[in-house]
Design a protein around this ligand. Structure first.
Ligand SMILES: [Zn+2]
Length: 450
């Protein structure tokens, strides 16, 4: 709802109406033009791309259609890391001299050396303008007060706050502070919007309740942007957080090697609008490398279209996703990310059946006799894999645990095809996440290393 200080300019539906509502043919023409220029830039200025394109027998001029991109080689995170280590600081994928670089983020780096995402000033300005466009599509307006509750230290999600600032919102650069302090900030500033992870939004709402606050009435938050975990695109998880806060939850997707947000939900919340003028998407079968049909799940492979400092050409993300190019009810025509179903390395294979933690999450969160917290424990007994799903009963639920377990077990079997053991635990026994939740405990490795 617009406040008294809102102006009619706040009512315009789009940040950039011409771009956001252009036809699919116009999107493709725009991307083809950008891609041609970008491949030429990479080939002319990055020793790595010149070498690998030559080795693959392709030249930028070979690209006549978007499909021709498949002739170019892919790269992985380990290539980024290796080239960066071989040639510090930025590695030979960089396509500008270091003096032109004004900002680098570093990935949180679960293994090994963090990889950097460098930006020239033009790259940075383009990124922040995209963040403003995306926030606008989620309903953020200049009269809002936006509290950025993501880590600023090295993390590429930090500067996204400048998108809210560019849009004209009053911004509070809170960063990651203890939850009691964050609740104080939210009350003091009467913040109307925040950005955090879904687990933390849930945890923060519960913490508020434990302190005797009702987030729905004692806080002014009406919009919560979430990223970093699949939860924000799982309707059941989103609904539970929305119920706790009395606020609308918008899922965002970012990638440490490109942008803090590469996609986000508009107010229709039917998938995440993609930064299609900045990043080209391929969805490929991870085994064959061939594109899957629209709407099917596959590995997301990304190519930057404008980022001068370090072009990423056909970067294999390891994220299993699905996309659509159907027009959205909001009138925007950009392609939409319809789900991050998991990561290739999160995918569990239990007796030959693929299962993602997010599949189980949706079921646990739909069952209102359960608290919503859960953990998957994978073990190998007598050379056979077994999955145990641990879930908590909700406070005040009197159904016997066996009954809750049998119900969840049936649903997991029906949806995933995996026969899992289910253990129902008393409320408040599983560890609460304060950042990214660790939902899987895979004990199978131990069988072979001891
Ligand atoms: Zn939309």
């Amino acid at each position: 709802m617009a406040s008294a200080s809102a102006t009619s300019a706040d009512d315009r539906p789009y940040w950039d109406a011409r771009l956001e509502t252009q036809s699919r043919a116009e999107w493709d023409a725009l991307k083809l033009g950008l891609l041609r220029r970008h491949l030429r830039h990479a080939y002319d200025n990055s020793p790595y791309y010149r070498t690998t394109f030559d080795a693959a027998g392709v030249r930028p001029d070979d690209l006549r259609s978007l499909d021709d991109l498949r002739r170019f080689p892919t790269i992985t995170k380990s290539v980024l890391r290796a080239r960066q280590e071989a040639l510090p600081l930025l590695g030979d994928l960089a396509a500008v001299p270091e003096r032109d670089v004004v900002y680098v983020s570093a990935s949180s780096g679960s293994t090994g050396v963090p990889t950097l995402s460098p930006f020239t000033q033009t790259d940075f300005d383009g990124w922040i303008d995209y963040e403003a466009r995306q926030f606008w599509s989620s309903g953020l307006r200049p009269h809002d007060r936006y509290c950025h509750s993501l880590n600023f230290s090295l993390f590429i999600g930090g500067p996204c706050v400048l998108g809210a600032q560019k849009l004209g919102a009053l911004t509070v650069h809170a960063g990651t502070v203890p939850s009691e302090r964050l609740l104080t900030i939210l009350r003091q500033f009467r913040a109307t919007a925040i950005w955090t992870t879904p687990s933390y939004a849930w945890y923060l709402g519960e913490t508020a309740q434990k302190e005797g606050l009702d987030p729905k009435t004692d806080l002014a938050v009406t919009r919560i942007f979430v990223a970093g975990e699949p939860g924000g695109s799982i309707p059941e998880t989103r609904a539970r957080i929305e119920g706790l806060w009395g606020a609308s939850v918008y899922d965002y997707y970012g990638l440490s090697d490109i942008f803090g947000a590469c996609a986000g939900m508009c107010e229709e919340k039917d998938g995440l609008h993609w930064a299609e003028d900045h990043i080209l998407v391929e969805v490929l079968d991870p085994e064959t490398g061939e594109p899957v049909a629209e709407g099917e799940r596959g590995e997301m492979v990304l190519t930057t279209l404008q980022k001068q400092a370090r072009p990423l050409i056909r970067f294999r993300t390891g994220d299993i996703v699905s996309f659509t190019t159907e027009p959205c009810r909001c009138g925007r025509t950009s392609q939409r990310l319809m789900g991050v179903h998991g990561r290739l390395d999160d995918m569990l294979i239990i007796r030959g059946v693929n299962i993602f933690p997010s599949d189980v999450e949706a079921l646990v969160r739909k069952d209102h006799d359960l608290s919503g917290e859960y953990r998957l424990v994978v073990e190998r007994k007598d050379h056979l894999d077994s999955l145990t799903v641990e879930a908590e009963a909700r406070h005040g639920v009197n159904l016997p645990p066996e009954e809750l377990a049998a119900r969840l077990k049936r649903q997991i079997k029906a949806v995933t095809g995996v026969g899992a053991a289910v253990a129902i635990l008393p409320p408040d026994t599983l560890p609460r996440a304060t950042h990214k939740a660790k939902r899987v405990e895979d004990r199978r490795g131990q069988v072979w290393t001891t």
